[in-house]
Design a protein around this ligand. Sequence first.
Ligand SMILES: [Zn+2]
Length: 385
Amino acid sequence: MMKKVPSLAEMLQHLIATMSVSSVNPAFDNSNLPLIDLLAEWLTAAGFRIEILPIPNHTGKFNLLGTLGSGTGGLVLAGHTDTVPFDAARWTYDPLILTKANERYYGLGTADMKSFFALALEAARGLTATDLTAPLMILATADEESAMHGARALAESGRSFGRYALIGEPTNLRPVRLHKGVMGEVVRLIGRSGHASDPRFGNSALDGMNTVMTALLKWREELQQTYRHPAFPVPYPTLNLGYIQGGDNPNRICGECELHVDLRVLPGLDPAELRSELARRVSAIAEVRGLQWSVEPLFAPIPPAETPADSAIVCACEVLSGHAAEAVSFGTEAPFFNQLGMDTVIFGPGDIAQAHQPDEYLALERIPPMLDILRGLIKQFCCSV
Ligand SMILES: [Zn+2]
């Protein structure tokens, strides 16, 4: 006997109760398979074809694609299965038990963003393949909060999914089509240590880094004068010198120095080209001073995202929500989906202010409008004649 899709409230309960924390710290990292299995069971009951896609080189991590209907084009409703780690002692409610209070659902992942899968399934409830002229897909990814391994694996596979995608990250029911990219880079200089009393004994990495920092602040000015995007509250790329470590004692010439740099890049800028330019500027100084140098990523960059303002999915979300599409300051999986030929909008019922916080919640009043908008999108992109 085929199982039924549970009620919306039951789905929400199960999603929040199924631990799926991801972290770059292995001590906090969990497999997302229990959550994938849950979604696979419900999607199967809803008539979707299921593909569970293991992520190469990441044991225990999976993406899941559910497809209803067939053909080209179509709509992908996407989300990440993982949450950030949590500190239960700082929560009023149990983060792993869905709690209804104050006209809100509290729980880890209610806003960011496991609830979205229940809403997508609820919006598709009762649909069958014969209702659709283009496929409806529900896509669940792994490790968005830690390193975006799931979305990166999809992008590397080069496989085409739908023509349009919506990612249900928390945006207060407003469409988002732009965000900056995020890079973290490590600059290292190695010189030669020696007694502080005689500079001839060494070659100071710290002195070299001082010159590098001056050069990077000048580069920051150039970037800010050259690149502008008025959609962003901070309308230029930012470069922050956030961490430095070097030397061991005032009476020794510093042998090694390390600087960490954060770059927030506008759409249209390529993280790989920025890293090359950073390396060029560091190497020019290091070579004059006879220092060894390296520039390496602290993590794989999140590229910037921009979906055209006149894309059909952007226009549809604007009409259905009554809000013009916006830019946000957080990174998402959208650039990887855009690489696969999907015009992608970020649009979800939660509030980013609640994400990654104790007592994360989703306001109950956000649920009916989100369902209406999802049904409107399904109708427009999967049921047109
Ligand atoms: Zn998220």
